[in-house]
Design a protein around this ligand. Structure first.
Ligand SMILES: CC(C)(COP(=O)(O)OP(=O)(O)OC[C@H]1O[C@@H](n2cnc3c(N)ncnc32)[C@H](O)[C@@H]1OP(=O)(O)O)[C@@H](O)C(=O)NCCC(=O)NCCS
Length: 177
């Protein structure tokens, strides 16, 4: 994939193993915010080696990709599409993404998602992108809608936070032509 330069100066490209420490650090920082993912920080099992393995697996796979966004050489976001591993699921890519809190609202997420959708559209193995998002994550839901994702379903009170509050889960997806 050719690196994509977004108007905001964000460069999106395929991750290389040397990105693993920065990807891991960003992942840990975003989980520490405690708001956007089901994994709590002390439940996060990954280290640098497992991130390297994920990047290498994606590079070898026909239906997966690991993208990073750089702004003036700093890694400010990443997006991962993991293709299904069985014959009946390999046409579906599951999307996960995050942007550094300091870089949010400046187009980094849009640049990453545009690149992920463009990658999928060029890939004959991928027919659908899908994801899960907390219903309260308005920025993420707005971003996904902007790129053609639609709600396929909602699981009410699917998650319970440490303070006893509940969160609904939205399943969103986008066909890939
Ligand atoms: C969700 C996330 C990836 C979006 O990335 P981002 O770089 O902030 O997104 P962008 O700046 O490209 O904005 C994308 C769209 O979100 C919407 N948006 C931006 N800021 C918003 C806000 N404060 N509230 C609601 N919607 C907002 C807009 O529709 C915007 O598109 P527009 O600028 O063309 O109008 C990022 O905020 C993030 O990493 N959040 C924490 C982790 C997370 O939620 N990951 C997804 C889990 S499913």
């Amino acid at each position: 994939m050719e690196p994509a330069l977004h108007p905001s100066g964000v460069r999106v490209e395929v991750a290389v193993p040397g990105d693993a420490p920065a990807i891991l650090a960003l992942h840990r920082r975003v989980l520490a915010e405690g708001e956007w993912f089901i994994t709590e920080p002390d439940e996060f099992p990954e280290g640098v080696e497992s991130k390297v393995a994920v990047i290498r697996d994606a590079a070898r796979s026909e239906n997966s990709v690991f993208l990073v966004a750089r702004q003036q050489h700093a890694l400010v976001g990443w997006a991962q599409v993991v293709g299904g591993g069985r014959r009946r699921t390999r046409h579906v890519g599951r999307l996960e993404m995050m942007v550094d809190a300091r870089a949010r609202g400046t187009g980094v997420g849009s640049a990453l998602l545009a690149a992920a959708v463009a990658w999928a559209e060029k890939n004959p193995a991928v027919h659908k992108l899908s994801l899960n998002v907390f219903a309260h994550n308005a920025r993420a839901v707005a971003l996904y809608r902007k790129f053609g994702f639609e709600e396929e379903g909602r699981r009410l009170r699917e998650y319970r936070f440490a303070d006893g509050s509940w969160r609904d889960d939205i399943l969103m997806a986008r066909p890939v032509s």
